[in-house]
Write a protein that binds this ligand. Structure first.
Ligand SMILES: Nc1ncnc2c1ncn2[C@@H]1O[C@H](COP(=O)(O)OP(=O)(O)OP(=O)(O)O)[C@@H](O)[C@H]1O
Ligand code: SF4
Ligand SMILES: [Mg+2]
Length: 328
């Protein structure tokens, strides 16, 4: 079978969490695709649904607590139709995930080296060889004192070291898709730069596709090929890095851009915008940005805005001309 360039496609993905007073619409009608070897960033404020999208792809959401709708196509298969066993294979080998908090995914009672070795042994590598691979991998991710650090427990490591362990685990498995959920948020700028370099190398050397989740616009401009801007559970604009940085259309993206005086790491984090994200419980219709948008009309509050296509790579979700006005 010939391989297509597209590796992942989400079609109308919706995730509702069950909460005390009904359902919270955390993700609504999200559509995007990621190609092999592409670095795709999802950027948005805290609580806009970024991690929920990532967890929905790998079916890692808390069970019985959510309703998922839509399709998740990965390498020609709809993940919603795979058995748990088939899904385990995809999770372990084909799609790697670096979690927002690496402490959550490392077991506190085993050394980190032992945990990494477990993953390598799954591929039927002899034990002695596997341990050497672990040390090699620690060196690859520039872990200080690699030979010693393989024997460290997670709590004996700094946040940056734990993040390196997680990235190393992924490098060892050589996934087709790496989902990195805020992989550098807790790290200082020097370590962040090194981690980004590792992720870029992974892509360049193995053609790994990367879904990079972040609230740091500076980081997006450095590493991504394409970007989806999320707001309150929806993708409000999507395009290449050039589309989004040179010609942002959605009023929210434009406000974010205005808040960035220069694209440097320190200044690249999303600045706050007046007002707050609406409560997403029992949300009916209407643009979710309406309560913060200076262009909002009555229609914006009562009908869902359409998706406007600017070019084959660039689209945004908004009523009318507001989004394209130069003075937004
Ligand atoms: N298990 C859960 N039960 C109920 N609501 C949840 C659950 N997990 C997340 N949410 C809610 O879903 C929305 C999206 O959360 P999510 O963690 O996906 O956002 P995020 O963009 O990853 O935020 P952050 O940048 O802070 O990591 C938020 O309103 C959050 O409170
Ligand atoms: S649809 Fe209306 S409220 Fe929403 S971003 Fe566009 S102009 Fe603003
Ligand atoms: Mg998150």
């Amino acid at each position: 079978m010939s391989e297509t360039n597209e590796l992942l496609r989400l079609k109308d993905l919706c995730v509702d969490y069950k909460v005390k007073d009904g359902y919270l619409s955390a993700v609504k009608n999200v559509n995007f695709s990621i190609n092999r070897g592409e670095i795709f960033a999802i950027v948005g404020e805290s609580g806009c649904g970024k991690s929920t999208v990532a967890h929905a792809i790998l079916k890692l959401l808390p069970e019985h607590n959510e309703v998922i709708k839509g399709e998740i196509w990965y390498d020609g298969r709809d993940l919603n139709n795979l058995s748990e066993k088939e899904l385990e294979k995809v999770r372990g080998h084909e799609v790697g995930m670096i979690f927002q908090n690496p402490l959550d995914s490392l077991n506190p009672v085993y050394t980190t080296g032992w945990q990494v070795q477990e993953g390598i042994l799954l591929d039927n590598v002899p034990k002695a060889e596997a341990w050497n691979k672990v040390i090699e991998m620690y060196r690859d991710v520039k872990m200080p004192d690699a030979e010693k650090r393989v024997n460290s427990f997670p709590h004996e490591m700094s946040g940056g070291m734990r993040q390196r362990v997680m990235i190393g685990m992924m490098l060892a498995r050589n996934p087709k898709l790496l989902i990195a959920d805020e992989p550098t948020t807790a790290l200082d700028v020097t370590i962040e730069a090194q981690i980004l370099k590792l992720i870029r190398e992974l892509r360049d050397e193995h053609n790994t596709a990367v879904m990079m989740i972040t609230h740091n616009f500076g980081l997006v401009s450095e590493i991504a090929d394409r970007v989806a801007v999320m707001y309150a559970g929806e993708v409000v604009e999507i395009g290449t890095v050039f589309d989004i940085f040179d010609e942002p259309k959605h009023p929210y993206t434009r406000r974010l851009m205005q808040a960035l005086p220069r694209m440097t790491k320190a200044e690249g984090r999303l600045k706050t915008i007046d007002g707050s994200v609406p409560r997403l419980t029992n949300h009916k219709k209407g643009c979710r940005f309406a309560n913060r948008c200076e262009y909002a009309t009555e229609r914006c509050r009562t009908e869902d805005p359409p998706v406007n296509t600017v070019s084959p790579s660039h689209s945004y979700q908004c009523f009318g001309e507001q989004g394209v006005k130069e003075d937004v």
